[in-house]
Design a protein around this ligand. Structure first.
Ligand code: ADP
Ligand code: MG
Length: 722
């Protein structure tokens, strides 16, 4: 290794281990920094508490008087924890979390400091929204964005070494009331799903129906790289992934990392992160190594979707900040290292309520089975009708590197049910289950089906959307993404499907069919129309890519440039408008923002490729070539001769690198595009392939140039030295 790299290696190897610290019992730290229902119950009058609880349960807005009481209690609690400031936390259309901080302090006329926090400050803040992406939704001269507390997500304390801030999870909207964020549509999608699910459950004969919620458990994958190496890689720091880097001699072929023990240093990091999460009431539940070396996973226990989404944002920032404290850089990028597994975020999703339970759990009794069959069928219908939308909500420049690669779900959306369940649905479709119409006895076929047991052992890792026993697992979601977009899409397509189911089921019941027969008829119709989205085979295989498109008519949208325009398709606009989740204007603004983000991300990387190629890699290659050439000349003077092909090889690749960088610079100068879609295609094809061309030359150079002269930390160092 060169001098700087050697020094980094020494530093990492000489690191002293973590000191033992006193371990605090979980019960003493759990949710201590959250103003949750338990703390509100203590702090509020009975009536105020009742009002808040109702809001949390039903999503109905909080009245002004109660808001004042809650605000006062919240302030007292936060100030008791040392907070001088409060901040509305909101989720703009980027994948980040945004904050606007304000002091509790106000001074009165004689200059005395007093503190103030009213209900209107709690339920309305006013950050300047002009620098947040909004598509063409808002003119900058009317750049007013409002934030308001979402009472269904609890406030919490953020600690810094010398202070504390009360953090208030909020929605973010324009002054005309349009959503500029990811929280408003999530709440709306839940409401749409709730309304549609109620219609269906009522037709299923359910008398008492509690509010329905979607429930989500996200599994977060990430990489850890020692800071000493990461800081020497401008690509890791600026783009979150390596834009160059030859494959190491040892990769992940032995699977020894996945099954191995967690390195102590990493476990210390994980526990530190988890302690912070516990204080914030985030139920971190599992952690383990992942497939690639240096790759790990954390998964909290599932929660109501809205809270889970807010918590997921905190998980991402906590992982990054804690890694920093432990001398690591935490990479949330979907593909930090070429040739190794990328990182995803499996979003486990189900819907249910207090009275009917989890509707995606087959349960143990026939009534539960019937509810399950109808809800599961509704999901199948949704994935078939709106597979391209599910592809679009996971479309980012970074996730494109992962999807469709040989270790991640394909960019074709299908549903995996498992053998047994797929058999049940197919039997219903094929009419193998006949049902008597007198409302009484069911025949043997159906009763067998109705008594089936779920088989969670049945797994298919190649499916982008898989049923896993009592939930669906959306596996194609990217590791750096907010999970809100995927949740919104799943809730909304389910709402749409359930509305269709309600109408169809009602028609069948009106025709005189008994409950089970009517359900079977609806499921049969769904399977006939939409069963082609059900696929249990190998999603990575070439045959599937061909058959999915040619035989089943599913769409393959390999890049974000192909997928994002789905947001503008009439069926999708109609879906969001009819469910009230997003207006056509809101939806279109999202398309514009995501398209622009895609183009920008690719451009930033391309510029970085040019920069690193020209100023780091090319000069190193030339220096080494000069060394060699010099040696050859001296040797020739002494009558010795070396094989000089190495210099030639270096020259060829260095020239190729320079040529690719120059072509890339030219391609970045092209601006005359018919529309944003054409611009995205340019990024996806021309820019990306020139970046690959540059990389190929650079990575070849890395395998030729003297290790002591190579300027960038190598894959082997970043992945294996901890
Ligand atoms: P695996 O790696 O086997 O997929 P993990 O234990 O890593 O499973 O993660 C499973 C995730 O799914 C957890 O977050 C868990 O809480 C969540 N989960 C379990 N049941 C449900 C459910 N009914 N709805 C939503 N999420 C669920
Ligand atoms: Mg897992």
């Amino acid at each position: 290794a060169n001098e700087v790299r050697s020094q980094a290696i020494t530093e990492v190897l000489n690191r002293s281990g973590a000191e033992s610290t006193e371990i605090t019992p979980l019960s003493e730290i759990w949710a201590t920094d959250v103003f949750d229902l338990a703390k509100m119950e203590e702090a509020l009058s009975k009536n105020a508490f009742k009002a808040v609880k109702k809001t949390v349960r039903t999503g109905e807005p909080l009245d002004k008087a109660t808001a004042d009481i809650v605000a006062a209690a919240m302030k007292d609690w936060a100030m008791g924890k040392g907070a001088h400031f409060f901040s509305h936390v909101f989720y703009p259309l980027t994948n980040i979390t945004a904050e606007k901080h304000d002091g509790f302090i106000v001074t009165n006329s004689d200059g005395k400091a007093i503190t103030e926090f009213t209900g209107s400050l709690l339920i309305k803040g006013e950050p300047d929204g002009s620098s947040f992406p909004n598509g063409s939704l808002r003119m900058t001269n009317a750049a007013r964005g409002y934030t308001a507390w979402d009472p269904t997500s609890p406030a919490y304390i953020k600690h810094t070494p010398n202070g504390a801030t009360l953090m208030i999870p909020s929605v973010f909207m324009s002054w005309t009331g349009e959503s500029l964020d990811k929280k408003i549509p999530l709440l709306r999608s839940n409401a749409a799903m709730d309304a549609a699910a109620r219609r269906v459950l009522a037709l299923m004969g359910e008398k008492e129906i509690a509010p329905l919620n979607s429930t989500v458990g996200p599994e977060q994958e990430y990489f850890l790289v020692d800071k000493h190496f990461a800081t020497q890689r401008p690509d890791l720091l600026l783009a979150g992934r390596t834009l160059f880097g030859a494959a190491p001699a040892k990769g992940q072929e032995f699977d020894d990392h996945y099954f191995g023990a967690i390195p102590e240093r990493v476990q210390v990091f994980m526990q530190a992160a988890e302690e912070k999460l516990y204080r914030l009431g985030i139920p971190a539940k599992t952690h383990h190594n992942e497939v690639a070396p240096g790759q790990f996973e954390i998964a909290p226990y599932h929660e109501a979707a809205n809270v889970a989404a807010d918590h997921q944002q905190i998980v991402m920032t906590t992982l990054k900040a804690t890694a920093e404290e432990h001398g690591f850089v935490c990479l949330l990028h979907e593909k930090p290292f070429a040739g190794l597994n990328g990182s995803g975020k499996h979003v486990n999703w189900s819907v249910g309520n207090e009275t009917q339970g989890n509707l995606l759990d087959p349960g143990t009794s026939p009534e539960q089975n019937l509810n399950f069959l109808i809800f599961c069928a509704a999901v199948i219908r949704g994935v078939h009708r709106f597979g391209p939308l599910l592809r679009a909500v996971i479309a980012t420049a970074s996730n494109d590197h992962r999807l469709g690669a040989n270790e991640a779900p394909p960019a074709i959306l299908s549903v995996y049910l498992g053998d047994q369940l797929e058999g049940v649905f197919n039997d219903i479709k094929d009419g193998k289950v006949s049902v008597s119409t007198d409302g009484g006895e069911m025949d043997l076929g159906l009763s067998q089906i109705l008594n089936f047991k779920r088989d969670p052992g049945d797994r298919n890792r190649t499916s982008p959307f898989a049923f896993t026993g009592n939930r669906f697992e959306f596996r194609a979601v990217g590791s750096s993404q907010s999970i809100s977009g995927p949740i919104i899409a799943m809730n909304t397509i389910l709402a749409d499907s359930l509305n269709w189911v309600a109408e169809t089921l009602e028609a069948r019941l009106n025709e005189g069919l008994a409950q089970p027969a009517a359900v079977a008829a609806v499921v049969k119709e769904i399977m006939e129309l939409h069963g082609s989205a059900v696929f249990g085979g190998d999603g990575y295989s070439e045959e599937w890519h061909k058959a999915a498109v040619e035989e089943r008519g599913l769409r393959n949208l390999p890049t974000s440039a192909d997928a994002l325009p789905v947001f503008t398709e009439p069926a999708v606009v109609e879906l969001f408008e009819s469910t009230g989740v997003l207006s056509a204007v809101e939806l279109n603004s999202r398309y514009e923002v995501y398209a622009e983000q895609y183009i920008n991300s690719v451009n930033v990387e391309a510029k970085l490729v040019i920069d690193m190629a020209k100023t780091v890699i090319y000069p190193a290659a030339l220096r080494y070539a000069a060394d060699l050439a010099n040696t050859y000349t001296v040797a020739a003077d002494l009558g010795a001769s070396f094989d000089t092909t190495t210099v030639k090889e270096i020259a060829d690749n260095a020239n190729a690198l320079l040529a690719a960088a120059n072509k890339l610079a030219e391609a970045l100068e092209v601006h005359d595009f018919a529309d944003v879609q054409a611009h995205m295609q340019h990024s996806a094809t021309v820019i990306r392939s020139l970046m690959d061309e540059a990389r190929l030359a650079a990575d070849t150079l890395e395998t030729i140039v003297d290790d002591a002269a190579w300027p960038l930390p190598k894959y082997s160092e970043m992945l294996f030295i901890k």
